[in-house]
Write a protein that binds this ligand. Structure first.
Ligand code: COA
Length: 261
């Protein structure tokens, strides 16, 4: 890294770096700066053999991340929307391809882009008070950071459609039952448990861990088409009347009234 990130806190101990998204007053929403800094930090890990494992978490216990930053999102039109989706997909794919195990430690809400971010990590340790959801349809939108693809792979088509069409978040117990998360622990303990778990994992051969991650992802060929379609569809919704109404309603703290336009 060339400079200290402003939206992330970094702490390295025992060859494990903890990356904390630090916008608690905005429920750690992923604005452009957070995405840029995540990209920069995770690229720097690629070349750093001193770091053997990474924990990704959010500041405080209220949210891991409440999704893309809605006021920023609200400005998107078709082309810029497609590009924003491609950017989010690309940052999350960099995290997935870091070459060392990445554990998401989830306290509170992991919604929209926050759920997508947690799914891009290799493992998920979550608080018993965590919530997971893809609420984008409530904004007149669909998941655009790879969520339609990763959620479907993790939980299957039926449950993915349930979560994406309904948009209501599910609790940690249900997320565990669905196979969306790996471990459910007491509130406030996710980072400590993730650290303990990673300490054991990183005693294994680092090259083997890297190739294992690669090999598992090779089980999903033709990934590019699904991601491409997701971005096109996401972009096609940006700037529509329903999208404008959905994002405006969130900002104005009221329920949206969609007109199918
Ligand atoms: N983008 C930008 N700001 C967000 C945000 C987001 N995705 N999610 C929450 N915030 C902001 C709120 O606007 C509010 O800011 P304010 O204090 O300046 O008004 C602050 O974070 C706290 O949010 P609030 O809704 O008051 O907190 P809550 O504890 O009652 O509810 C959530 C938390 C996460 C359930 C709720 O904020 C929410 O539903 N967020 C949006 C989730 C979403 O649709 N994500 C998908 C985006 S694509």
């Amino acid at each position: 890294m060339n400079h200290q990130p402003e939206t992330l806190l970094l702490h390295t101990e025992d060859r494990i770096t903890t990356v904390t998204i630090n916008r608690p007053d905005k429920r750690n929403a992923l604005n452009n700066q957070v995405l840029e800094e995540l990209q920069e930090v995770f690229i720097s890990f690629l070349e750093n053999d001193e770091i053997r494992g990474v924990i990704l978490t959010g500041s405080g216990t209220q949210a891991f991340a409440a999704g893309a930053d809605i006021p920023e999102l609200a400005k998107l039109k078709e082309k810029s929307g497609r590009r924003a989706s491609e950017k989010g997909q690309s940052v999350l794919s960099i995290i997935e391809a870091t070459g060392k195990p990445v554990i998401a430690a989830v306290e509170g809400y992991a919604l929209g882009g926050g759920c997508e971010l947690a799914m891009a990590c290799h493992l998920r340790v979550v608080s018993e008070k965590a919530w997971f959801g893809q609420p984008e349809v409530g904004l007149g939108l669909i998941p655009g950071y790879g969520g339609t693809q990763r959620l479907t792979r993790l939980v299957g088509k039926g449950r993915a459609l349930e979560m994406i069409l309904d948009g209501t978040p599910i609790d940690a117990r249900k997320a565990y039952e669905y196979g969306l998360v790996n471990r459910v622990v007491a509130e406030g303990q996710t980072v400590a448990v993730a650290q303990e778990w990673l300490r054991r994992i990183i005693t294994r051969g680092p090259k083997a861990l890297k190739k294992a991650i690669q090999a598992v992802h090779a089980a999903y060929p033709n990934r590019a088409q699904g991601f491409h379609d997701e971005s096109q569809l996401f972009g096609s919704l940006c700037g529509t009347d329903d999208f404008i109404e959905g994002t405006r309603a969130f900002i104005e703290k009221r329920k949206p009234e969609f007109q199918n336009k």
